[in-house]
Design a protein around this ligand. Structure first.
Ligand code: GLN
Length: 190
């Protein structure tokens, strides 16, 4: 488990407070990160949901991207949820927007369409739990993976959770439920 390790939660925009609270409910230490120094001090990083275009713009204007990319290459565990998934992706078909490009995934934005704008679903996550509640809010999904990326969960035939070594990503919002399964799994990667 994380012990005295500090989990940084990128706090530029989006649902960062909820992630901080979830990590603390797991008994670990979470800190909001907003500067390059904060990122250097953290042992792991969560990139929350929100709006990926805005988050990308803020990452650029705060000049944080290359520090995150460097730490990621050095093995720092990084967990992106929803917009955070988009920000981690190497490809975002149809959009010209900033992304860190650290994970070998191609991500479709707002991919479940208008009919399914926001919904909840019970998810079966490989080797973790077959009953995790997923809250999806204008969620993306992964339409292609390559390299060392592994699919951990599919819903309606779409990949909604994947891992590539030190990188973990989900389409949904585990920080908006009481269930700490996904946060605990991330902590186990540290
Ligand atoms: N639709 C948002 C985007 O494309 C993501 C939504 C979310 O993070 N809940 O950035």
């Amino acid at each position: 488990m994380a012990g005295k390790k500090v989990i940084g939660v990128l706090a530029l925009q989006g649902a960062f407070r909820e992630h901080q609270a979830a990590i603390e409910r797991c008994g670990a230490t979470a800190k909001k990160v907003r500067t390059r120094e904060d990122i250097q001090k953290a042992d792991a990083l969560i990139i929350p949901g929100g709006e990926s275009t805005t988050m990308g713009r803020l990452l650029e204007s705060y000049d944080l991207g290359h520090t995150i990319v460097e730490r990621s290459r050095a093995g720092m565990p990084i967990f992106g949820t929803c917009a955070g998934m988009i920000v981690m992706a190497r490809e975002i078909p149809g959009y010209q927007q900033y992304s860190l490009g650290i994970m070998d995934i191609s991500v479709r934005r707002n991919a479940f369409g208008r009919q399914l704008d926001s919904f909840e679903a019970e998810l079966d996550i490989r080797n973790i739990s077959d009953r995790v509640k997923g809250v999806f809010i204008r969620a993306p999904f992964i339409d292609r993976i390559w390299g060392e990326t592994e699919v951990l969960c599919e819903y309606m035939g779409k990949t909604v959770m994947a891992r590539e070594n030190n990188l973990l990503t989900v389409s949904f919002h585990p920080e908006l439920t009481e269930d700490l399964t996904i946060h605990r799994y991330f902590l186990s990667m540290i």
